[in-house]
Design a protein around this ligand. Structure first.
Ligand code: ADE
Length: 204
């Protein structure tokens, strides 16, 4: 699932420029018994299978051996909602990031004792942690110096000042498309008025 996202565009450029590095651990390699079992039925009954604590703790130990100061993240709908301020905080940190990708139905709650932070990417439920993991990676890596190639554009974009502020709308050629015109003020050349319009039309 990760290849298409990490193998393209800015996320791949970051690897080529030695700014970021990604590696994968297959949980099944640390599964129990000859069948390499990684999930089991819940105590107390109920539908579905839960990710077991033991294979996961073994896999985290291997990841930590590669990167001892890395922070361990768990994507879960029960986590705190992930914001741009989190992306900035993680991009500014020198620590690596380990992300566990559970499949839903869920996980043995005891795994949370090996987790540093849990995060939720929105109030909806996905089938697994892969997409939330990729969202976290994308939002952090694009902020690393050198990834967006000499741009200072992240400074004026949405959510950069705080988690609420949205960037103003922008337009390019043509001036009129199917009766829809670019706001006249943007063509005026009046920088003070343009600045005022942009302030008014960004959302706070
Ligand atoms: N796993 C399943 N749904 C999720 C969500 N909304 N956020 C983080 N992890 C999840």
């Amino acid at each position: 699932m990760f290849e298409g996202v990490l193998g393209n565009s800015m996320l791949w450029k970051a690897v080529n420029r030695s700014i970021a590095e990604y590696s994968f651990i297959h949980l099944r390699e640390y599964g129990n018994g000859p069948r390499k079992q990684v999930d089991d039925t819940p105590y107390g009954g109920g539908d579905g299978m839960l990710l077991m604590v033991e294979p996961l703790v073994k896999a985290i130990a291997v990841a930590k051996a590669n990167d001892p100061t890395a922070t361990v993240f768990l994507p879960t709908p029960r986590g705190k909602v992930y914001k741009q301020s989190d992306a900035k905080r993680l991009a500014a940190s020198d620590n690596g990031i380990i992300i566990i990708c559970p499949r839903y139905e869920g996980y043995d709650e005891r795994i949370t004792q090996w987790i540093d932070e849990s995060f939720c990417i929105g109030n909806y439920v996905l089938t697994g942690g892969e997409l939330p993991a990729m969202i976290l990676i994308d939002s952090v890596v694009r902020l690393l110096p050198g990834v967006l190639g000499g741009e200072n554009s992240t400074e004026i974009e949405s959510f950069q000042q705080d988690d609420e502020t949205i960037e103003f709308p922008q337009y390019t050629r043509p001036e009129v498309f199917q009766d829809k015109a670019v706001p006249a003020v943007l063509l005026s050349g009046n920088h003070a008025q343009i600045e005022a319009w942009r302030k008014q039309n960004g959302r706070h």
